[in-house]
Write a protein that binds this ligand. Structure first.
Ligand SMILES: C[S@@+](CC[C@H](N)C(=O)[O-])C[C@H]1O[C@@H](n2cnc3c(N)ncnc32)[C@H](O)[C@@H]1O
Length: 302
């Protein structure tokens, strides 16, 4: 192979089928840089970044390269490895994929209303406590959809109801806590539900541009506790949960990481507790601790 061709191959990112040469970009990223990013992501978050994610990762991490006034990704990787504690939050906030929306996978909320809620209501008459965990809650649309479902189902007064909403990414946790969403986030949501649970306001940005904002009713916000939590690390919660929603999160994890996580979910669920996972996720050949109840809905085995 001619020297020039071999250098080019060494400098470009391996496995790049789109033949985009990241070493020729304004801020060059070499094969070894992407490998460091993959390793840190896997070790710290469980997120496995395949080669077809390079373009996306380039676009997200290049903002950190610029913000830190660095010349290329090699400098960024050296900085990341030397200052892991200081940089980890910005690094993880950059690599996470936060796509979510209100009432995503509506059949889950129907199942919750029609099957799970009546069961819990009749089984826990002596201990009127309901605990739900939205694990990997992103910007909060999932826990607010849960809270609205409970309210709309007329959750009885006198019960102690709490939804814990956690995510690794501190930016999305802050967004969820603030409970303010742009109007376009509500496309497809029932207008009556929207009117009932959100108040409308107009926001002006620094350039005087107006946008419509919807703010969550305080009664829903009061049901939810937003916290930063890395699913791979220790969990500070003491009590158990009746329901866990962990949807479209483990899709980025290896099967081994999923196995450990689902085992921990089984440990922290009450007997017969419910687990909801994302549409492209499955417990098949991952764990034996749950039985299937329907489309991506599971119950912990006794
Ligand atoms: C695609 S969003 C899913 C949001 C919501 N559950 C849904 O289904 O619409 C995945 C979320 O998982 C979070 N996440 C990824 N790895 C995580 C980890 N190790 N610990 C906690 N959250 C994590 C990401 O930050 C992201 O917000």
């Amino acid at each position: 192979m001619p020297i020039a061709a071999s250098i080019k191959k060494d400098n470009s990112v391996a496995g790049d089928r789109t033949s985009t040469d990241f070493s020729q970009r304004e801020f060059p990223m070499l094969s070894k840089d992407f490998k460091v990013i993959q390793e840190v992501a896997l070790a710290e978050t469980g997120i496995s970044l395949s080669h077809h994610k390079q373009e996306m990762i380039y676009g997200r991490i290049v903002r950190r390269v610029r913000a830190l006034n660095l010349a290329n990704f090699t400098e960024y990787c050296t900085y990341l490895q030397k200052n892991l504690n200081a940089e980890l939050m910005d690094f993880t906030n950059a690599i996470t994929t936060n796509l979510t929306y209100f009432f995503r996978e509506p059949h889950h909320f129907e199942y919750l209303k029609d099957t799970v809620i009546p069961k819990i209501k009749s089984n826990k008459l002596n201990n009127k406590k309901l605990r739900i965990w939205s694990a990997g809650c992103s910007t909060g649309e999932e826990p607010y959809s849960l809270a609205i479902t409970l309210k709309e189902a007329g959750w009885p007064a006198g019960w102690d109801v709490k939804i814990l909403a956690t995510d690794l990414d501190t930016n999305v946790v802050a967004h969820g806590k603030a409970g303010q969403y742009k109007k376009e986030r509500f496309e497809g949501m029932d207008k009556g539900v929207q009117k009932k649970w959100f108040s409308h306001s107009i926001n002006k940005d620094e350039n005087g541009r107006e946008s419509q904002l919807l703010t969550v009713e305080p009664s829903l916000q009061n049901m939810i506790l937003f916290r930063k939590l890395n699913l791979l690390q220790q969990w500070p919660m003491k009590g158990k949960f009746d329901v866990i929603f962990c949807r479209n999160v483990v899709i980025y994890f290896s099967k081994d990481t999923q196995r450990v996580l689902f085992d921990r979910f089984a440990d922290i669920l009450n007997p017969n507790g419910f687990l909801f996972i994302g549409h492209s996720e499955s417990l098949n050949r991952v764990t034996e601790r749950f039985e299937t109840l329907g489309r991506t809905v599971y119950r912990k085995k006794d």
